[in-house]
Design a protein around this ligand. Structure first.
Ligand code: GDP
Ligand code: MG
Length: 244
């Protein structure tokens, strides 16, 4: 067992799951993987089960199966809790769709090991490193990040991204607080609480590529949740203290 684990939520990622696991296994450093699948109609979960039963991978691979599509945030919470119960020191998260290059995990782990408690893979820390996204989606993402910066006061250039890592201590205390969001707001809320609790956040430049296989689960509801939810989260934070 490695001291590090990657949580990967999946919903209809049959065309991507093998590629990402191959990439993770090919890294020079050892990372275990926990997949959280929401009973994907395309049978992503079944394929992972087959990988496990046939021992296709040398890395430790775990599958959490949930009954139905229940949102990214709650999938991550289940994966994070499992990782903490297994006592991993470093817990990472990334999308299954090829947008996040696992090679960056080595640098992210170094950061957690030496100087930070939370590490954020950032598309906007060094200009804009996004490939193949339609201009409309890029503008939305950049505007969202400005909005979050203004509302929350966090000094982060990419708070909506899903390529992040946490030390065991930071993750444990963040999860003691109520994490209520599901989409981009979830990614923001995790960092917001971490920041409130005084954990050191390091941003590492990443190159983000749009998925080539499968479909995005981004929806207008996820956008609304982020837009209004973050505002409410900020107002509530003025009257509450966070548990560490
Ligand atoms: N388990 C689970 N995974 C999800 C859910 N929604 C999205 N995902 C996964 O979360 C990751 C990011 O989702 P994606 O659709 O690529 O969002 P986008 O990158 O914002 O367009 C992918 O690995 C998806 O398969 C969900 O409700 N449940
Ligand atoms: Mg994606």
């Amino acid at each position: 067992m490695s001291d590090s684990v990657i949580i990967i939520p999946t919903y209809n990622e049959i065309g991507n799951i093998e590629t990402i696991l191959n990439q993770i296994q090919g890294l020079n450093s050892l990372f275990d993987v926990i997949i959280v699948d929401d009973n994907s109609p395309d049978k992503t979960g079944e394929l992972v089960k087959e990988f496990i039963s046939k021992k296709k991978y040398k890395i430790k691979l775990l599958l959490i199966e949930r009954e139905s599509k229940n949102g990214l945030g709650s999938a991550y919470i289940e994966g994070f809790k499992k990782a903490l119960s297994l006592n991993y020191n470093y817990i990472f998260q990334l999308d299954c769709d090829g947008s996040h290059n696992p090679e960056k995990l080595i640098e992210m782990k170094d950061s957690l090991n030496s100087s930070s408690d939370i590490v954020v893979g950032s598309r906007y820390v060094k200009g804009i490193s996004v490939l193949h996204w339609p201009l409309s989606r890029l503008i939305l993402s950049i505007s969202a990040n400005y909005y979050v910066k203004i509302i929350t006061g966090m000094n982060l250039s990419d708070s909506t991204g899903g390529f992040n890592g946490y030390s065991k201590k930071a993750l444990k205390s963040i999860l003691k607080n109520n994490i209520s969001f599901q989409g981009y707001a979830f990614q923001i809320q995790m960092k917001f609480i971490g920041n409130k609790l005084g954990y050191k956040i390091d941003e590492i430049p990443i190159i983000f590529r749009d998925r080539e296989v499968g479909e995005s689960k981004m929806s207008i509801n996820i956008f609304y949740e982020a837009f209004f939810g973050i505002l409410i989260m900020k107002i509530k934070s003025l009257f509450k203290s966070y548990k560490s």
